[in-house]
Ligand binder design. Structure first.
Ligand code: AKG
Length: 253
């Protein structure tokens, strides 16, 4: 009986757990059927489910991404592993890599590790980095299946980011590569440490909001969002452990 009342109270108090800009065209509404918030912003749309995956699936996902032939997954400070040592670790499920970008003629390592999975032939190019797809595995296909049900669309690829601790980050950008099409739907899944996902309007940086993306959460961006809004994951010095972000995408032919 208690459980039943808990549920009723729970549904009545669903309030967006972060603030949107106080301007016309911004709103957040709980959608009971999809167990998440439908968020409208000028020239963009989001869907946010704070606890899309259960604790058990989320914990298992972190484990799955890290399984390897060298270290106990939970007992190592991954940011301490030197790039040369990392190359020798054989990850069982995910082929993590360290990409480099060219900046003023210098090769600079990205401040996070990445991996690209997808259907055959679905390569992806961003910041001058061309990634050929690794083949899907059981864990990633499970996650993809689950989110396709609520996103109401299909995905054929996923970019994985591993933020080893709060020193790893992602700069302001939009996901506007031509292979994603005109108005892409991008579904972002999060496991591990909570990190702030910041969103700001491209022409007015005062128009901004922050979504704390927690273990097991799902955030879907759609509409014209990638033309008008950019996003970033800034450094957070206090975060000591890893966070994994998976952005599912549809690469066009
Ligand atoms: O880590 C995140 O939440 C964002 C990832 C992202 O924006 C990207 O991969 O383009």
């Amino acid at each position: 009986m208690n459980d039943l009342f808990d549920e009723v109270i729970d549904n009545q108090t669903k309030e967006l757990p972060f603030a949107l800009p106080e301007v016309d065209g911004c709103s957040g509404q709980w959608d009971d059927s999809r167990q998440g918030f439908i968020i409208q912003i000028p020239n963009g749309e989001l869907f946010y489910a704070p606890q899309f995956f259960s604790q058990k699936i989320s914990d298992r996902s972190v484990e799955y991404f890290l399984e390897n032939n060298t270290y106990e997954t939970q007992q190592v400070d991954w940011s301490e592993i030197q790039p040369d040592d990392l190359k020798h670790i054989k990850f069982k499920n995910i082929l993590w890599k360290r990409d480099f970008i060219n900046l003023y003629g210098k090769k600079i390592p990205l401040p996070r590790l990445t991996s690209w999975y997808g259907d055959e032939g679905k390569a992806y190019k961003y910041s001058g980095i061309l990634s050929q797809p690794n083949s899907w595995n059981k864990g990633l296909l499970y996650i993809k299946d689950q989110i396709e049900k609520v996103a109401d669309t299909e995905f054929n690829s996923v970019l994985m980011n591993w933020y080893r601790n709060g020193e790893d980050y992602l700069n302001w950008h939009t996901d506007d590569e031509p292979e994603l099409g005109e108005n892409p739907t991008i579904a972002s899944v999060n496991f591990g440490e909570t990190r702030d996902f910041q969103v700001r309007h491209k022409d007015n940086h005062q128009l901004k909001f922050t979504v704390p993306l927690q273990h097991g959460s799902l955030l879907i961006m759609s509409g014209e969002m990638q033309h008008f809004w950019e996003h970033a994951v800034p450094k957070r010095k206090k975060v000591q452990r890893s966070r994994f972000n998976l952005t599912f995408r549809f690469i066009q032919d």
